[in-house]
Design a binder for this molecule. Structure first.
Ligand SMILES: NC(=O)c1ccc[n+]([C@@H]2O[C@H](COP(=O)([O-])OP(=O)(O)OC[C@H]3O[C@@H](n4cnc5c(N)ncnc54)[C@H](OP(=O)(O)O)[C@@H]3O)[C@@H](O)[C@H]2O)c1
Length: 297
C-alpha cells in the first residue's frame, strides 16, 4: 500500500517523558506546557506521543500547549493507541476508545498518523484478525479521522509480520538502528520496498550515546560489551573533534532507509542541544572508520 504523504522533518520530537509526575494545575505542569509550546514552535515538524506516555500526561500537556502554539501545530501530533490499562484488552473496541481518549486530551478531531503501540497483549494474528486492533485502526482511517496508520513496537521480526499484511502506512522501530546495533535494517529495507514510511526512534539507544556509559542502553544498564563499544566509538569521535551524540544522531539522519528520526526531547534546554547536534558537521573521513568498527562487532 502506498503511504499517504506525510511531510515529515528529518527529526521528530519524542515526548515519552513529557509531563511525567505532573499534577493538573501544578507549577510542574505549567513548566511542562511551556516546554511543549517550545517544541511546537521549533523547526521540527512533528511531535510523537502515545496514549500511555507518562500515564496520559504527555498528551494532556501537549493538548494544553496546543492552545498557545502556532495554529498548524494541531495537525503535527502523532500519537499511538495503547492497551486498556485496567482490563488488558487490545481489540477493535479498545482502539476506538484509545483514539477518543487521545483526541480528547489533545483537543483535536483528527490525527495525521496513529500507531498501534506495543501490542504485546495480543498475537499478530489476533491483532490483524476480525474484531482485532487493526480493524479499529482501519475504521478510523476509512472514516477520514486518521490519515495514516502505523505499527510501533519491538521486536523487529514481529514488525515485519505486521507490515507484511499490507495494512500499514508507517513503521516505528526503537533502539534497533543505532551505532550500537542495526537489527532493524531488514525491516526498514522491507518497509522501503513497500512504500511504508520509516521512523527510527531512540538514536541515542535511550541515553548511552548522549549521556555516556553511566546511562542506559535500550532502557537497561549497559553490558560490559556495550560499554567497550561506546568507548571505541568515543575515541573515533574525539579524534575527529565531534561529540559522539552528534555522530549517533547523524548516523540515523544520513541513512536513506530512515524518513524521520525520533529523538526523546522534553525540555527547551534539550531542544537547543538537539539543534546544535543537528547542525554539527560530521567530517566525511569519520564514517569509514565508524562503518569498519561496527561491521566488526
Ligand atoms: N514503541 C514505541 O513506539 C517507542 C519506543 C521507544 C521510543 N519511542 C519514541 O522515540 C522517542 C525517543 O526514544 P527515547 O527517548 O527512549 O530514546 P533516545 O532518543 O535515544 O534518548 C533519549 C534520552 O536522551 C537524553 N538526551 C537527549 N538529548 C540530550 C542531550 N542533548 N544531552 C543529554 N541527554 C540528552 C534524554 O535525557 P533526559 O530525559 O534527561 O532529557 C533522554 O532520556 C521517545 O520519546 C518516543 O517518542 C517510541
Amino acid at each position: 500500500m502506498a503511504s499517504p504523504t506525510l511531510t515529515l522533518g528529518p527529526v521528530t520530537l519524542g515526548t515519552s517523558g513529557l509531563g511525567v509526575d505532573t499534577l493538573p494545575g501544578s507549577a510542574e505542569e505549567a513548566a511542562a506546557v511551556a516546554d511543549a509550546v517550545a517544541l511546537f514552535a521549533s523547526r521540527h515538524a512533528f511531535v510523537d506521543t502515545s496514549n500511555n506516555y507518562s500515564d496520559g500526561r504527555s498528551e494532556a500537556v501537549l493538548g494544553l500547549a496546543l492552545a498557545e502554539a502556532p495554529t498548524d501545530a494541531a495537525s503535527r501530533v502523532i500519537t499511538k493507541v495503547d492497551v486498556d490499562p485496567v482490563t488488558g484488552a487490545f481489540d477493535r473496541d479498545r482502539v476506538l476508545r484509545s483514539f477518543e481518549e487521545s483526541t480528547a486530551r489533545l483537543g483535536v478531531d483528527r490525527l495525521p498518523l496513529l500507531h498501534l503501540h506495543d501490542p504485546y497483549a495480543v498475537s499478530v494474528a489476533e491483532a490483524t484478525g476480525p474484531g482485532g486492533a487493526v480493524e479499529g485502526l482501519r475504521e478510523l482511517r476509512d472514516a477520514g479521522v486518521v490519515d495514516a496508520i502505523g505499527i510501533a513496537t519491538y521486536p523487529v521480526d514481529e514488525m515485519q509480520e505486521y507490515i507484511a499484511t499490507g495494512l500499514f502506512d508507517a513503521v516505528l522501530s526503537h533502539n534497533c538502528f543505532t551505532l550500537l546495533g542495526q537489527t532493524a535494517t531488514p525491516l526498514f529495507e522491507d518497509a522501503k520496498r513497500r512504500g511504508i514510511t520509516v521512523f527510527n526512534a531512540a538514536p541515542f539507544g535511550s541515553g548511552i550515546l548522549v549521556k555516556g556509559t553511566s546511562s542506559t542502553y535500550g532502557y537497561r544498564p549497559p553490558t560490559p560489551d556495550v560499554v567497550a563499544h561506546v568507548e571505541q566509538l568515543e575515541a573515533i569521535a574525539q579524534r575527529h573533534e565531534v561529540a559522539l551524540a552528534a555522530v549517533a544522531l547523524h548516523y540515523s539522519l544520513r541513512s536513506p532507509l530512515v524518513d524521520s528520526t525520533v529523538v526523546g526531547i522534553k525540555t527547551r534546554a534539550r531542544l537547543a542541544a538537539l539543534d546544535a547536534l543537528v547542525d554539527t558537521e560530521i567530517p566525511s573521513a569519520l564514517w569509514p572508520e565508524v562503518d569498519a568498527l561496527i561491521a566488526g562487532w
